[in-house]
Design a protein around this ligand. Structure first.
Ligand code: ZN
Length: 467
């Protein structure tokens, strides 16, 4: 008998983590992600693992985003020492992402402990250190897409391209149980079709159980063409107003996509002479990784890059400025107008974006453009929902800048694409909808039943299924 336990990303979009148990393969963790919201200390310290990390035999990691990978250092710190299977690009990205997260965590922990000392409380010990991050990277065992590799004597795993971010995978686990072959498919995050840079998500046909994400389960995105027109229009508008544009962007995926479109607009002479500033050491490192892997991406949509010597960071965008040091970042404050500032974090829970808000958000000439999903409880979500005042570093700021959202840039499949993806399975699998807020997953389940007679279930956190 095989059991799957939904330990995270059940009726929510962060903290992806599922535990697969079956005779012959042991205990396998699918993802080990970090919940979002709060600061890095709160995120790490929130909840103990629902299992003993020492008893986990292996981790299969769908992709490098922190909400899928961010608890790996703590897992190692608490005794996990098995292999972490992932694609080669994921392993490369993971080093940058976890390194960056460790820096944030150390800083937030120091601040928290200072606060505690002032109140006469004991300091909090770290839940992991940089040595644990190093250990995670050593445990990574990379496998290419479509390469079937052994998980145990009776089980194998294959990664398929999920088209979500560089290296993202749909995970297929095939194992034998009492002479019968069973297949579990874990979608990870499924990309949107026809996106620039990324290939379309792979279609699978066979499974007994499918765990499918439903971040956008209750809606479709605006068509990308409309979004590009909207982006061009917003930038024209902001240029006329004599302001600056601040874009909170996830370092992986969204930033590179955005850079591509800004470059494309510039190449077609449709961009005013903006100074494009990438103010994120992590996004810069990650864009270098994308530049190295350009040829493995979907070259059809990015011909100027795949054909010539240009890359996202080289000669494609005029007036592109990369800010690594804090001094460079602070120097941006003196720019009066004409800057597009791309900084993290994507949901504004930390990072340099909050400093740019402090400088810009109270000025009506400026504009904030959101290009990605904003989870509940984050500053980004509050702004998208129309907050008129926000608190930054203990001070209140009035939100006067224009707040805009570009829907079509999503790295996730919309409802229709999810329905289409699951409809390719020919074996009538049991379907669990994960990685979505309740109304998104319910909306998706409703449409699957109405149109396809597929009965999809929405498990609760902590629920276990035998299959
Ligand atoms: Zn993701």
């Amino acid at each position: 008998m095989a059991t799957i336990s939904f330990l995270g990303a059940a009726q929510e979009v962060t903290g992806s983590c599922h535990l697969l148990r079956a005779s012959g393969i042991g205990r396998i963790l699918l993802d080990c992600g970090l919940p979002q919201g709060g600061d890095a200390v709160e995120r790490q310290g929130d909840e103990p693992f629902a299992f003993n990390p020492r008893e986990i035999d292996a981790v299969i990691l769908s992709h490098a985003h922190l909400d899928h990978s961010g608890c790996l250092p703590r897992l190692v710190h608490e005794g996990f020492h098995g292999p972490i299977f992932c694609t080669p690009a994921t392993a490369e990205l993971l080093g940058i992402m976890l390194g960056d997260a460790a820096g944030l965590y150390e800083r937030d922990l120091e601040r928290e402990n200072l606060r505690r000392r002032r109140r006469g409380l004991e300091p909090m010990p770290p839940t992991y250190t940089r040595a644990d991050v190093e250990r995670v990277l050593q445990l990574c065992e990379p496998h290419e897409y479509e390469e079937r590799f052994a998980l145990s004597d009776s089980a194998s795993v294959t990664f398929h391209d999920a088209g979500h971010i560089l290296g993202s995978a749909i995970v297929e686990v095939v194992f034998n149980e009492q002479g019968r072959e069973k297949v579990l498919v874990f979608s990870g995050d499924i990309g949107k079709r026809d996106r620039v840079l990324m290939n379309d998500p792979a279609l699978l046909e066979r499974a007994d159980l499918v765990l499918m994400e439903g971040t956008y389960g209750n809606r479709d995105h605006r068509p990308l063409g409309d979004t590009l027109v909207q982006l061009e229009g917003l930038l024209k508008d902001a240029w006329r107003r004599g302001g600056n544009v601040v874009i909170p962007a996830f370092a992986v995926g969204r930033t590179q996509e955005l850079l591509f479109y800004l470059g494309q607009l510039a190449q077609e002479n449709r961009l005013d002479p903006w100074q494009v500033i990438l103010d994120s050491p992590m996004a810069i490192s990650i864009t270098h990784v994308y530049d190295r892997w350009l040829k493995s991406l979907d070259c059809a949509g990015i011909k100027p890059l795949c054909a010539g010597h240009q890359t996202l960071l080289r000669e494609f965008i005029p007036r592109l400025q990369l800010c690594v040091s804090t001094e460079d970042s602070m120097a941006i404050n003196s720019i009066q107008r004409g800057a597009i500032i791309i900084a993290g974090s994507g949901m504004c829970t930390g990072g340099r974006i909050r400093h740019h808000f402090k400088q810009r958000i109270w000025d009506r000439r400026n504009m904030v453009i959101f290009v990605g999903f904003q989870a509940r409880g984050t500053l980004g979500r509050a702004l998208v929902d129309g907050a008129k005042r926000i608190t930054l570093f203990g001070d209140e700021y009035i939100v006067s800048a224009g707040i805009e959202t570009l829907g079509g840039f999503s790295a996730h499949a919309g409802q229709t694409e999810l329905v289409d993806w699951i409809s390719h399975f020919r074996t009538g699998p049991r379907v669990a909808l994960v990685h979505g807020e309740p109304q998104a997953l319910d909306g998706l389940a409703d449409r699957l039943w109405r149109e396809k007679k597929i009965r999809a279930e929405v498990p609760q956190k902590g629920e276990s299924w035998v299959f």
